[in-house]
Design a protein around this ligand. Structure first.
Ligand code: SIN
Length: 196
């Protein structure tokens, strides 16, 4: 279901799943949030960004979801209700679709608290997106993140806040890609400080 159809249907409640900056900065009003996971996707720094964390001259590396049967991705689902539904979707359309290049999909979200699984909307950038950058070694991704900045902030902030969320809210999850990119970015920052 597309956001415009959800608004047109005047839904009284909607869950929105975040796995990138939404986990630490939703910036829309919501009724409650739950940590949990979705199945069938892995999180990767494979999407390019020329607005929030990068520029046309130097695309930032931000996360998207790549389908993979055995994978799961942890994040936060936010429940919006009443007038919050339309307000959140309008806000996210600008932030995620217009400026980020993300499309939407409905997925099944599994809360960590053992409550029932719910349908949730998420924002995803696919491999046919013009801003798609694709796979690269953690060192290459980390080096890019160490130097990119956009209108919302530094690419490093985006990475470090996501890694901190995973460490504090999902300590039992070993997100190897995320932590390898974090280590590589921090190594690059150290190198830059030593050699400046
Ligand atoms: C996003 O939500 O994808 C962009 C916002 C940010 O980088 O803080």
């Amino acid at each position: 279901m597309k956001p415009q159809d959800i608004i047109a249907a005047k839904r009284s409640s909607l869950w929105i799943f975040g796995y990138g900056s939404l986990v630490w900065k939703p910036d829309f009003k919501y009724k409650r949030s739950k940590v949990g996971y979705i199945q069938g996707y892995k999180r990767r720094f494979w999407h390019g960004d020329n607005f929030h964390r990068g520029s046309d001259e130097l695309l930032a590396r931000v996360v998207t979801l790549i389908p993979e049967d055995d994978a799961s991705t942890w994040g936060v689902a936010f429940e919006v209700s009443g007038a919050q539904v339309e307000a959140a979707l309008e806000y996210l359309n600008v932030r995620e679709a217009v400026h980020g290049g993300y499309n939407t999909e409905m997925v099944v979200f599994h809360p960590e608290d053992g409550g029932p699984a719910v349908q949730a909307l998420l924002y995803i950038a696919t491999t046919d997106n013009p801003m798609y950058m694709g796979p690269a070694a953690p060192e290459e991704i980390g080096a890019r993140i160490a130097v990119c900045e956009g209108r919302t902030g530094h690419n490093l902030e985006y990475l470090l806040r996501l890694a901190t969320f995973m460490r504090t809210s999902c300590p039992h999850v070993d997100d190897q890609h995320l932590f390898a990119v974090e280590a590589a970015a921090l190594a690059m920052v150290s190198y830059m400080l030593e050699t400046q």
